[in-house]
Write a protein that binds this ligand. Structure first.
Ligand code: 3AM
Length: 181
């Protein structure tokens, strides 16, 4: 079995910039710079045969390259407790188009449809027990954060969970069509 997800890598410079935000927020487990990514579709544990079918399905996806904007910071919470700190990804048509194409390809290849709404983001940190005033201060201080990067491919990642940070590995990548090509 292999645990998979489909995502977009961030350029190294942007990862370093985002990882550098990770100072001054106690109670946060920061995602290491090399793990920062934008998830398009979480797949989960699948066997090798299905993984191969999913890979082939992803190879059939045709979508244009685009510029992706990131902006603002926020949290996901459960029962009133924030557990994930993220920077938002603009829900622009090219991103949604790519995500929809990937979704249909994966469902055609045998996955159950994704039931949850697509809320594109880059997870910056997992929050264990953040001090509310420090968290509010962090969110306010970075509310105007903006960045842009070019998306020229997407990636099928495997994810190995252990004690510490997950180990993500690019198992395959898929080129997007260049603008004007
Ligand atoms: O993109 P981020 O880092 O927010 O939290 C996991 C991570 O999200 C999420 O998939 C991404 C790559 O691992 N993830 C993990 N388990 C999940 C699950 N059961 C999940 N997403 C949905 N359902």
């Amino acid at each position: 079995m292999i645990r998979l997800f489909v995502g977009i890598e961030l350029p190294e410079e942007l990862r370093d910039r985002l990882a550098a935000l990770g100072e001054g927020l106690p109670g946060a487990r920061w995602v290491p710079a090399h793990n920062l990514h934008l998830t398009l579709r979480f797949i989960g544990e699948v066997d090798e045969a299905l993984a191969e079918d999913l890979h082939q399905a992803l190879e059939s996806v045709r979508a244009p390259a685009f510029t992706q904007a990131l902006g603002g910071v926020g949290t996901f919470a459960a029962r009133g407790r924030p557990h994930t700190l993220w920077v938002g990804a603009e829900r622009e048509p090219p991103l949604v188009h790519l995500r929809d194409k990937i979704e249909s390809a994966l469902v055609r290849a045998g996955l159950d449809p994704e039931g949850r709404k697509f809320a594109p983001h880059v997870t910056l940190a997992k929050l264990a027990d953040p001090k509310p005033d420090r968290l509010h201060h962090f969110l306010a201080a970075h509310s105007l954060l903006r960045a842009e990067f070019e998306v020229e491919r997407f990636v099928l990642f495997s994810s190995l969970l252990g004690g510490g940070d997950p180990v993500y590995r690019a198992e395959a990548d898929y080129a997007l069509e260049s603008i004007g090509a």
